[in-house]
Design a protein. Structure first.
Lengths: 273, 288
């Protein structure tokens, strides 16, 4: 079972001893005839932040969307290989995609709060999963907003429209919305690209605090962000046919200070991309 | 030379501006004239008796109460049938249908549905609902006939309103583990409701104004009493207007215009009602 997490486990020094939460083995992703990802294999540890970095168009978002099967929504999308959550193949026919998405939450690039009140945004997920008791919902909303470090800012405007919040608040609300359904994994697709630096730092602090209980996979364009927040980093690049491949994967400190592949080094030192 | 060219440029600018404003005014003027004409000519006919009594002496005397009520019943019957089918079809076409021959066939059918002349709908209704289904000349037959005609509009407006819901909302909903149907039911439909309502009201207004189809499937001239069941015949404003104008010699001009005025008010008040509903829905969602 889960080993108890001690503080030094959290700062990435003993990543190797962490349990694998997500495992990708020999995955190819196709959109019709177009191959978006080729032969990707990696293991993502639990209760850590894994960053997916790489130039635009290399399939980072497509890769992220493998884990909650969001690519299913695109007609013609096809996955080969295995994607496992806790050792179970999530592309197996017996998998309930709805249940999977409950366990693997997602935060999008552009903050996408629903045009509902702050309260109803957070309560949306729990309601869909059959929680209707007002008191219970209030507890969930409060807890989720606290976890998302947003409670103090919105506690007096729970009934106001979420669209009136600032961009940074909206993104933290979207994180709270995901937390409200108690996922195990949180996928973040460039969650800060639409935010100013102050809001970005707040989200990064929040991500660090969430690693205590959640496995986070983040796609980011921002090298400094990947270096600041992540424990593990995967560098993706596209080959000549535009299919994304995994160039290098390892602890973030290794990727940034001692990359093994010349292409990784060129990318992180800003020579292309 | 230079000043001349500047002046001529200014002149052509002014000419263009005047042309534009005239074109815009041309859109507004007929509406104003129609409304003025009807109000001035028909206003004198409007009285409490005109609105609440049944017609007598072939429409020359009495009122048009049964025609008003008949038109309301007709609008209601049409929308009760056309709205659910339209919304469900719109959901299917946007959320479920793949890009295949069936979808293309349905889309082709919708386009053609909108292009069929209204009297053809009447004959279709006569053949199918009145005769084949034995609904007779009745409110039910007329509602079904007008609903078929309104379908093109309710499907198209529902579909457009549903498509307009941003993809981010659907993804956000699916990403917290909502099912596809829950996403439609709790996110997509509430968001597209104002658009759907607008389409429904336009369809109702059009149903209220149709004359040709109901002529052959159930509208009656001069019924002293209101329809007691959907299988009864009924009076309707446009058909009443047509008959008194075309077949009742010596009818006072003001009576005819009065019927037209009531029809116009019915249609316009429905449009206003829809706008109010839509604005309220929008306000509830974005502010509060």
């Amino acid at each position: 079972m889960n080993m108890k997490l001690s503080p030094d486990l959290l700062n990435g020094t003993t990543l190797a001893s962490k349990k694998t939460r997500l495992a990708v083995t020999g995955v190819n992703l196709f959109y019709g005839d177009f191959q978006a990802l080729r032969n990707i294999t990696l293991e993502i540890p639990e209760c850590a932040i894994t960053a997916i970095i790489g130039p635009s168009g290399c399939g980072k978002s497509s890769f992220l969307r493998l884990f909650n099967r969001m690519n299913d929504l695109i007609t013609g999308a096809r996955v080969e290989g295995r994607v496992e959550l806790d050792g179970i193949d999530i592309y197996d026919k017996s998998i309930d995609v709805v249940e999977l998405r409950k366990r693997v939450g997602m935060v999008f690039q552009k903050p996408n709060p629903f045009p509902l009140s702050v309260f109803e945004n957070v309560a949306y997920g729990p309601r869909r999963h059959g929680r209707h008791n007002r008191g219970e919902l209030e507890d969930i909303v409060k807890k989720s907003l606290r976890q998302a470090a947003l409670w103090d800012e919105v506690k007096d405007k729970l009934e106001q429209s979420a669209l009136a919040l600032s961009g940074g608040q909206q993104q933290r609300l979207c994180i709270a919305r995901v937390l409200a359904v108690e996922p195990e994994v949180i996928l973040m697709d460039e969650p800060c690209s639409a935010l100013d630096p102050v809001a970005t730092l707040k989200i990064e602090d929040l991500m660090r605090s969430l690693t205590e209980n959640y496995t986070i996979v983040i796609v980011t364009h921002n090298m400094q962000q990947a270096a600041r927040v992540s424990d593990m980093a995967a560098f993706l690049m596209m080959e000549e046919d535009r299919a994304g491949v995994l160039v290098e994967y390892g602890p973030t400190s290794d990727i940034f200070t001692n990359p093994k592949d010349k292409r990784t080094e060129d990318y992180i030192t800003g020579r292309f991309g | 030379m230079r000043t001349v060219s500047v002046t001529s440029r200014q002149l052509s600018q002014q000419v263009a501006f005047v042309l534009l404003i005239i074109s815009a005014a041309v859109v507004v003027l007929p509406v104003i004239f129609i409304i003025l004409q009807i109000v001035i000519s028909g206003g004198s006919a409007i009285s409490w008796e005109f609105l609440t009594l049944a017609p007598s002496q072939a429409g020359k005397a009495g009122g048009i109460f049964p025609a008003i009520i008949g038109t309301f019943y007709l609008m209601l019957g049409t929308i009760i049938i056309a709205l659910p089918v339209g919304v469900l079809a719109g959901i299917y076409l946007t959320e479920y249908a793949g890009n295949n021959w069936l979808t293309r066939l349905i889309n082709l059918a919708i386009v053609n549905l909108a292009g069929v002349p209204s009297i053809v709908y009447g004959l279709f209704g006569l053949g199918v609902f009145v005769l084949a289904f034995h609904f007779g000349m009745s409110l039910l037959s007329a509602s079904l006939t007008l609903a078929c005609q309104a379908l093109a509009m309710t499907i198209t407006t529902s579909r457009e309103a549903i498509i307009a819901v941003p993809r981010e909302y659907r993804e956000g909903s699916l990403a917290v583990g909502a099912t596809r149907w829950q996403t439609i039911r709790h996110m997509v439909l509430p968001q597209s409701l104002p658009g759907i309502i607008t389409g429904a009201v336009l369809a109702m207004s059009r149903a209220a104004g149709e004359t040709a189809p109901i002529l052959v499937v159930g509208a009656a001239f001069l019924l002293p009493r209101l329809p007691q069941s959907p299988l009864d015949q009924f009076m309707a404003l446009p058909y009443h207007l047509y008959t008194v104008a075309a077949h009742v010699p010596g009818i006072p001009q003001s009576t005819m215009w009065g019927v037209a005025l009531v029809l116009l008010v019915v249609v316009l008040s429905f449009n206003v009602l829809a706008t109010v509903i839509r604005l309220c829905a929008r306000q509830r969602r974005y502010s509060s």
